[in-house]
Every structure is written in C-alpha cells, then in structure tokens.
Ligand binder design. Structure first.
Ligand SMILES: [Zn+2]
Length: 326
C-alpha cells in the first residue's frame, strides 16, 4: 500500500527505516503459526467457515478473517494483521505474533497496574517550514493545529491535563516531538495528521486511518514488499496498550463522524518509536477527497472529530485503569 502514503509520511518512514537498519542487526523473526479455529475455540469463540472466510464469534465478539488477506475485522472495525492468513486445505492459520500483539489484546485489553492516565501530549503534525500535505492553498499543518486546539478543549473538559507539542505555526523535528512528550511525562501521545493520495483516481481514496507502532519483527501495514521485519524499540513494550488505544479511538471516530474505515494499521513512524508512553497517529481523512475535505473545512465537523478522539481516549482510560489503585 506504499502508493497510498502521503509524501511526508513516506519521508518519516524512510527516516525511521534508515535509523533502525543502521542500529539493529537483522534477525530471524519468522513467527510460528497456529490453527485459527483451534485458537478461537480456546478463547470460547465459535468458528464458522464461509468459503474464503472464517468467522469466530460469541455473544460479544465477531472476528472475520479472509484467506491470504492481511485484513481482519473485529466487531466490524478493520485491522491490519502483521502476517497474512495462510490456508492449508480447509485450515486457516494465524501467526502467534498476531495473536499476541492484536487478537489477544482486542479480546482481553491489558490493565494498568500502576500509573493512571492524566496527561495527554497532543502533537499537531508538521508546522513552520514543513506544511505537510498541500492541496492548492490548503495546508495540512493548519488543519492539524486547528484540530489540536479543539481536541485540547474536549480533553480538558473530560478532566485531562494537556501538553501541546506545538501550539503555533512552527517547525519541530520529529525526534524533538517525542522528546517533548517524554520530558513532560505524558501518559499518552496523540499525533494528528491528514492524508493525501497523489496517484490516479485520487479523489476515490477517502477515510480514516489510525496507526500505532509496528510490533517487533513485523512488517508495517503499508510495506507492500513486507521487507521491514526488524527488531523492536523500547516503545514496543506498549504494544498491547497501543492497540487498545488505537482501537477505541478509531471506533469512536467511526461511530461519531462520517469518515470511512481504512483500518487500524501499524507503522514505525519515528515519533512513535521514541515514545516512553503508549501513543497513536491519526490520519483524519484525505485532503485529496472532496467529501473528506468538506469535513475538514467545516468547524462543526472538525469539532465532532476532536470530540470523538477525546471520547476514545476517555474510553481507553476507563478500560485499562479498571483495577488501578487511586
Ligand atoms: Zn502529516
């Protein structure tokens, strides 16, 4: 899916890949695979084979997998798997890595045992001499800052403290953005972006993408060559909480805005690799799509998006803090 990347995000990824391949020795990360229906039964999910698809369901959960696909849905929200679903005869298989870093945390979200979630770092993507995506005179850096300000208001009224990585039109290097969140001792990091697609048929590509850090050894979702199977970062210790956060924020946005679902995805964006807290990056629609653009240009729709993000963060806090001593 490299063709779907924005120019700037592609640049981030190249930087991140360069950094990592310089520092980390390649290792054999081929994961073990296991029988998907059998895993489902262990989790009290009933497997239902539907030709090219396998459903795992119970009263609360509906997971849908497709043969040879790296997409699955969990209660009708799309997620990208690290490894495609191989089928041998009639048996669907799934990688242990996808079980550990995606399926198991979706079924049983992790619980924090200490620190509560109080302080949220908000990164308005780009700024200053880096405009991000540009469509005519419209610049991504302006939309991200407007959204950041709306998001801060909603988070504060939900009782959170807010740390702005930038609150004006200025350039900050990516490593400095993560460093600022780390210095501020933030409990979560939210990076705001808007996408663009510069290929043929660009006005047909639309919707929401939510990213969290790629698990160690897995290829990133947009790595169509699936080459980037690299070792992990310190920030990978938050993998399980990252996917819970990404899931709840993504779901809240789909529930509360007209944005289409382009999936919860994984990427090694540099800012995410350097965090000392769980984090995510939201691509809140395509600046190259007329419908998405109308939403970005409407104050009301932007506020709706900000409210949904804040709501997802609040749901995440409630879910992972259950059992946390005050
Ligand atoms: Zn961006």
């Amino acid at each position: 899916m490299l063709a779907f990347r924005t120019r700037w995000l592609r640049a981030f990824c190249v930087l991140a890949v360069t950094l990592v391949s310089d520092l980390v020795q390649a290792r054999d990360w081929e994961p073990g695979f296991r029988d998907l229906a059998g895993w489902g039964r262990d989790m009290h999910l009933r497997p239902i084979a539907l030709g090219e698809e396998l459903l795992l369901t119970n009263r609360w959960t509906r997971m849908r997998f497709r043969k040879d696909s790296d997409r699955m849905t969990f209660n009708e929200v799309e997620f990208r798997l690290s490894d495609r679903i191989p089928v041998e005869g009639s048996r669907f298989r799934v990688s242990q890595r996808d079980i550990d870093s995606l399926l198991a945390p979706l079924l049983a979200p992790p619980k924090r045992t200490s620190q509560t979630i109080r302080r949220i770092a908000i990164n308005a993507g780009h700024g200053g001499r880096d405009p991000g995506n540009m469509e005519g005179r419209r610049m991504e850096k302006t939309y991200t800052l407007d959204l950041a300000i709306d998001l801060a208001r909603h988070l504060k009224s939900a009782g959170f403290q807010v740390v702005f990585i930038r609150s004006s039109d200025r350039f900050i290097a990516l490593p400095d953005r993560a460093a600022a969140a780390n210095r501020a001792d933030a409990d979560l990091y939210v990076s705001l972006h808007f996408n663009g697609f510069d290929g043929p048929g660009n006005d047909a590509v639309q919707g929401l993408e939510t990213y969290c850090l790629t698990p160690a050894g897995a290829p990133s979702s947009n790595d169509s060559q699936r080459r980037g199977r690299m070792a992990g970062f310190d920030a990978n210790r938050f993998d399980r909480e990252n996917i819970t956060l990404a899931h709840l924020v993504h779901r809240a946005i789909l529930d509360q805005t007209p944005l289409a679902d382009r999936g919860v995805r994984r990427a090694r964006f540099m800012e995410l690799t350097l965090l000392r807290m769980p984090g995510l990056l939201i691509e809140g629609g395509y600046m190259t799509h007329p419908g998405d653009t109308r939403l970005m240009d409407s104050r009301k729709s932007r506020d709706q998006l900000a409210a949904a993000i804040a709501d997802g963060i609040l749901r995440h806090k409630k879910l992972v803090e259950r059992g946390t001593p005050e």
